[in-house]
Write a protein that binds this ligand. Structure first.
Ligand code: GTP
Ligand code: MG
Length: 357
């Protein structure tokens, strides 16, 4: 490959997105012309595949690993040369996206509003797409954490059962993971709860700096344990309580931007799904949505899919798509029950009738 490289193209190459999906673990001798003891510092800081290294920015990597910026830039360049496939065509990109798995939510009604036009045409089940980041917002008690419990279970099931067949990272900022609830849902669904609990890698973030640190080390965790879903419940709890007042907003948004950017890269490199919950605030406005997710534009742009849960009639919940690259703002009604997330009786009856006709 090196022999065919045309001089002068190096600069342009760097602008082409990194598209390599084959993971290459960084081992001694993999990165030619580097000092292994220096590379080890980078690996120790949480970056242990060539793809992850290629996705770092020199300044971020220098900060987290303690290696000088210039060296980081040189190593990132080497990694880019190794993983860069150059361009791909729109058709290849289409095929790649079509192959993305879908994580079921446990409710057919929600999965149906999450079907892409291609899924509908091909009669495929919908769900939350692999390789993407999703925000789930909603008022207190809306059911965000309940949905995360459900997803932490389903993600570990095989693809035929709506899952992604891998482990789950649960990054907790509010003490929300309840193993007993996982056990209850599993038992009511005939799933081995012990295996599910063993498949959850739980990390508690004490404050936003810790949250950022855990996320900077996540690439290694995801690589080592074949993680398929990363849950952050909730994304803004620490940032919101630590940064109070208008003057601190820029600092808060910088950290949030860094965290979200890292999560997006992890979703790409490790073929997984990232889902985080978010709180909402009342917006004093006459127009538009009076309730809006916090985190501002940085949050809005970072998520591929934005979902909102609100309380509906008679204890039901309403899931609404707030933003999607290909779906309108559809809504689905569901229930929170002893089995986790379930469809409503009314929906089940309608589908039963449709089947008979
Ligand atoms: P915040 O984190 O406070 O913003 O709220 P949240 O959106 O995460 O709410 P959460 O997911 O914790 O939902 C709590 C609600 O879920 C409860 O008020 C109940 O209505 C429902 N719920 C929780 N556990 C169960 C359960 O075991 N059975 C049933 N039927 N409902 C439950
Ligand atoms: Mg919650």
């Amino acid at each position: 490959m090196g022999a065919r490289r045309v001089k002068g193209m190096e600069k342009n190459k760097r602008r082409i997105p990194v598209t390599g999906t084959e993971k290459i673990t960084i081992e001694e001798g993999i990165l030619k012309g580097t000092t292994w003891s220096t590379v080890q510092k980078i690996v120790k800081s949480g970056i242990n595949t060539v793809g992850d290294l290629a996705r770092q920015t020199p300044s971020q990597l220098a900060e987290q690993s303690g290696v000088g910026v210039d060296t980081c830039e040189k190593y990132i360049d080497l990694a880019l040369d190794m993983v860069n496939e150059g361009y791909i065509t729109g058709s290849q990109l289409y095929d790649r996206i079509r192959n993305n798995k879908r994580l079921s939510t446990g409710s057919r009604a929600i999965d149906e509003i999450l079907r892409s036009p291609d899924d509908v045409r091909e009669g495929k089940r919908g769900g939350i797409e692999e390789h993407t980041t999703t925000e789930v917002s909603g008022e207190n008690g809306a059911g965000k954490t309940q949905l995360m419990h459900m997803l932490a279970i389903i993600a570990q099931l095989p693809e035929e059962e709506g899952g992604l067949g891998g482990k789950v990272v649960w990054l907790d900022t509010e003490n929300t993971l309840r193993p007993d609830r996982i056990k209850q849902i599993c038992e009511n669904r005939g799933i081995d709860y012990k295996q599910i609990l063993d498949g959850i890698i739980y990390e508690e973030a004490y404050h936003s700096l810790h949250q950022q640190k855990i996320i900077s080390r996540l690439p290694k965790t995801c690589h080592d344990y074949d993680v398929k879903l990363v849950i952050v419940d909730s994304m803004m709890a620490h940032l919101r309580s630590e940064y109070i007042g208008r003057g601190t907003l820029a600092g808060r948004q910088n950290i949030l931007g860094d965290i979200l950017q890292r999560l997006g890269k992890i979703a790409q490199e490790h073929n997984l799904t990232v889902i985080y919950t978010n709180q909402i605030m009342d917006k004093p406005t006459q127009y538009g949505d009076p309730q809006t997710a916090i985190g501002g534009n940085i949050m809005g742009h970072a998520s591929t899919l934005r979902l909102n849960i609100r309380k509906g009639r008679q204890g039901t919940r309403v899931m609404q798509i707030k933003k999607s690259p290909y779906l309108p703002e559809l809504e689905a009604i569901f229930n929170i029950t002893d089995k986790g997330i379930e469809d409503t009786e009314a929906n089940l009856k309608t589908w039963e009738k449709e089947k008979d006709e």
